[in-house]
Each structure stands twice: as structure tokens, then as C-alpha cells.
Ligand binder design. Structure first.
Ligand code: ZN
Length: 246
């Protein structure tokens, strides 16, 4: 039997409890594969700026969905006062099946350049033209040997501080190249290359970057490490980013 972290109903029920205790309701994003997707928009989020958090766009990365929930649970009494837009799980079918893609074999994280995918279209509609101060996309990598992140930014670099905080749970990556890109102790700051993304499709992070987000960060934990450590690393990454943004 799959680990409980792949139980989408269980995840949703715990998010509903967090929303209730934080004093604002979660809202319906859309339906996919017969499952309801939700998102949270805190009362403190204005029409511009704020923080975008998302997890579970790849279903085989449960450290990310559990990490985001764990952070929200620990901070439920101050969530309403923080300017947050939260997508707890963008690919519930994948989470249930422990698969990266949706049930049609589509990688949602290559679909943000248009409205063809219904889940992506719903996210794009809710975000509109909002230019976030910071966006954090939570992921995991089965080839990972430590924590690492990609940062696209229009202002000072936060990546090192986020990685140092996460390293209290899991050390920073030591590989010099990750996914074909140069890395410095887990910090990847690739230059945006339109031609690359024209070929593969836009990831969530690139769409947010092009939408005017000040810092768009994709954070990764190594999925072969113990789940509790991965959850702690995600929690530390979120806590640090929120602390820097607020
Ligand atoms: Zn991923």
C-alpha cells in the first residue's frame, strides 16, 4: 500500500482543518480526474506583491506537499496576516498514483505558456497580472544528493539563505552540474533562455518570472532521503523565504 502521503483525501482534509483554524476558507480551484483542487488566498494578500507557494505539480514528490502543509500547520495562527496565495497540490491524480504527470501523461510544469491544460488555466486565471514579491515552487528530485534551488530574480539573491536554512535538515548539493546546468553548492541561477522554453514549454517558475515576479524560486529536496528530513527542509525553505519577504 502506498504511503499515506499519497492519500489526496487525507491531504485535503488536513488543509481544510488548517484553513479553518487560520480563519479563512480554502477555495475551489477546479476539478481534475474527479478530485477537487483547492487553493488558499489569505486576507492579507493585496492586488499586487505578496507570496506565491505551490506544491504537488509532480505527483511523485510528496515531501513537497507534506512540507507545505507542515509549514502551514505550524503557522496557522498567523497565516491570515501573511500575504499568501497557496496551491497545496496541483496534480492530485499524480500524487495518488505516485506519478510525475497527470493521467494523460502530461507534465503540468511544461504547460504554463497557454490555457490548454484546465488546471494550469485555473491557476493562470486566479493569478492574472499579479506580480509577486516572491514565488516558491516546491519539488523533489530522485537523482538529488542534497537540497538545491533555481532562482530567477530581479533583485538581490535569496537562494543562499534559503539553502543554508534547509541544510539544517539535509545538506546542500555538492554536484557541480545539476540537470545539465552549473550549480554552486546547490544554487542555480540560470539565465532565462526563451528558445529553450519554446521547445519544452513553460514551467510554473518561468511563467511567474515572465509575469513580473521579483523572485521565482524552484526548491528541490532529494527524494531518496527520509521523508521527515525532506519535510523539515521544505519547511525551513518556506519559513526563510516568508521571513525575507515580510
Ligand atoms: Zn518536480
Amino acid at each position: 500500500m502506498a504511503h499515506r502521503c499519497h492519500d489526496y483525501r487525507h491531504l485535503s482534509a488536513r488543509w481544510r482543518a488548517v484553513a479553518r483554524e487560520s480563519g479563512f476558507a480554502s477555495r475551489t480551484l477546479c476539478e481534475a480526474s474527479g478530485m477537487k483542487l483547492s487553493y488558499l488566498r489569505s486576507p492579507a494578500l493585496a492586488d499586487d506583491g505578496g507570496i506565491y507557494l505551490s506544491a504537488g505539480i509532480h505527483g511523485d514528490e510528496p515531501g513537497a506537499t507534506e512540507g507545505l502543509l507542515s509549514w502551514a500547520t505550524m503557522n496557522r495562527h498567523r497565516l491570515a496576516a501573511l500575504p499568501l496565495l497557496i496551491f497545496p497540490c496541483l496534480n492530485p491524480w499524480g500524487l495518488t498514483q505516485n506519478r510525475r504527470t497527470d493521467e494523460h501523461g502530461i507534465d503540468l510544469n511544461r504547460c504554463f505558456h497557454n490555457d490548454r491544460h484546465p488546471t494550469v488555466a485555473a491557476v493562470r486565471r486566479i493569478v492574472g497580472n499579479q506580480r509577486f514579491d516572491a514565488a516558491l515552487m516546491l519539488h523533489e528530485d530522485y537523482d538529488g544528493e542534497g537540497v538545491y534551488l533555481y532562482e530567477h530574480r530581479r533583485s538581490e539573491q535569496w537562494g543562499d539563505r534559503i539553502l543554508d536554512a534547509a541544510a539544517t535538515a539535509i545538506p546542500r548539493e555538492t554536484r557541480r552540474r545539476i540537470e545539465g546546468r552549473r550549480a554552486n553548492s546547490g544554487l542555480l541561477t540560470p539565465r532565462f533562455s526563451p528558445s529553450v522554453f519554446e521547445k519544452i514549454g513553460h514551467p510554473e517558475a518561468i511563467w511567474l518570472h515572465l509575469n513580473g515576479c521579483t523572485r521565482s524560486i524552484t526548491f528541490e529536496t532529494p527524494s531518496e532521503f527520509a521523508l521527515e528530513k525532506r519535510i523539515a527542509a521544505h519547511r525551513a525553505a518556506i519559513e526563510t523565504l516568508v521571513g525575507l519577504a515580510c
